[in-house]
Design a protein around this ligand. Structure first.
Ligand SMILES: [Zn+2]
Length: 315
């Protein structure tokens, strides 16, 4: 077994996940380390490099490249993190820092974490062979990535399709980013909780009044037919439908892929509502050509490895 591998890294605020992945998408070795961002960027970069070296040694096969999925704004060409709030990083030369510390002379690429999710779907997942698709990740927040003509649409800072922070209501719920009515304040785990809290006074009989409001409690109350929870999930579906409508008109994709833990939990209930909201907002003749599907690759580290594989096949 000497077939080469790529190592994908998912750099998160609390943990760093590693995956050594072959060209077919098989995960050969996995590894997880704590980020411990409070120790500073140099320490975190050291841990990333150590993790890559350990995974490579354990895999015992040639490694051809490294892909890193990172939150925040990224100078993708130079591999520099411009600003990552949850790591407290400003202008950190991540790719160069890792490259000097690993035991191999291979390309190190950095890209936005949701964009690498889209790359994972493109190479190994639900978008294989599909050159025009949009990936929407409904998790704690909302992220997006687009592939157009077989190429990732990255943008200057890897933030193209960062749809979570477009306002769909300038007078709406205040988002952590400082803007009112960001899409993710409606369609995400965070958005569901914010919606339940906002509407709670109008629903004194809701079971949610007597408990700590969590996404799990909202989802269960929706299943049980609670009017408050139904309203909140309906709003989430409407917001997703609006984002899907923009996606359809901007990229004319043949596939909208919904991913993220929260999206999967809400399932078809969410999709039905979103489909209806999309269909009244978008040029109707495009709609029959757009499929809506579920993402398959759950690991951002595997997506980061896909980024590395796709780069290798380009050059
Ligand atoms: Zn925002």
């Amino acid at each position: 077994m000497t077939e080469p591998l790529m190592i994908g890294v998912d750099l998160g605020g609390t943990k760093i996940a590693f995956a050594a992945v072959d060209r077919a998408g098989n995960v050969i070795v996995e590894h997880v380390l704590a980020t411990r961002a409070a120790e500073g960027a140099d320490a975190v970069i050291g841990r990333i490099a150590q993790g890559i070296n350990d995974v490579a040694a354990k895999a015992g096969r040639p490694v051809r490249g490294v892909g890193i999925g990172s939150p925040g704004a990224i100078d993708v060409k130079r591999g520099v993190i411009i600003n990552a709030v949850n790591l407290n990083w400003l202008d950190v030369p991540l790719a160069d820092g890792v490259k000097t510390l690993i035991n191999m002379d291979v390309p190190v690429l950095v890209q936005n974490d949701v964009n690498v999710g889209a790359m994972g779907e493109f190479l190994f997942g639900a978008a294989q062979g599909i050159d025009d698709f949009v990936y929407l990740a409904v998790g704690t927040g909302l992220g997006g990535g687009a592939v157009s003509g077989g190429r990732l649409v990255s943008g200057v800072f890897g933030m193209a399709m960062e749809v979570g922070h477009v306002s769909i209501n300038p007078h709406g719920r205040l988002c952590g980013c400082g803007t009112h009515g960001c899409a993710e304040m409606y369609i995400s785990g965070k958005g569901l909780v914010a919606g339940a809290i906002e509407h709670l006074p109008a629903y004194p009989d809701s079971p949610l009044t007597n408990m700590t409001i969590t996404t799990a409690a909202i989802v269960q109350a929706d299943i049980d037919g609670d009017p408050l929870a139904r309203r909140v999930v309906d709003e989430a579906g409407d917001a997703l439908g609006e984002v899907m409508a923009w996606s359809v008109i901007m990229f004319n994709p043949s596939l909208l892929l919904i991913g993220g833990g929260m999206g999967k939990v809400l399932g078809e209930r969410l999709i039905e509502r979103a489909r209806a909201a999309m269909s009244v907002r978008v040029y109707a003749p495009l709609l029959p050509f757009v499929q809506i599907g579920w993402s398959k690759v759950e690991s951002t580290a595997v997506g980061a490895a896909a980024l590395a594989w796709l780069n290798a096949s380009d050059s």
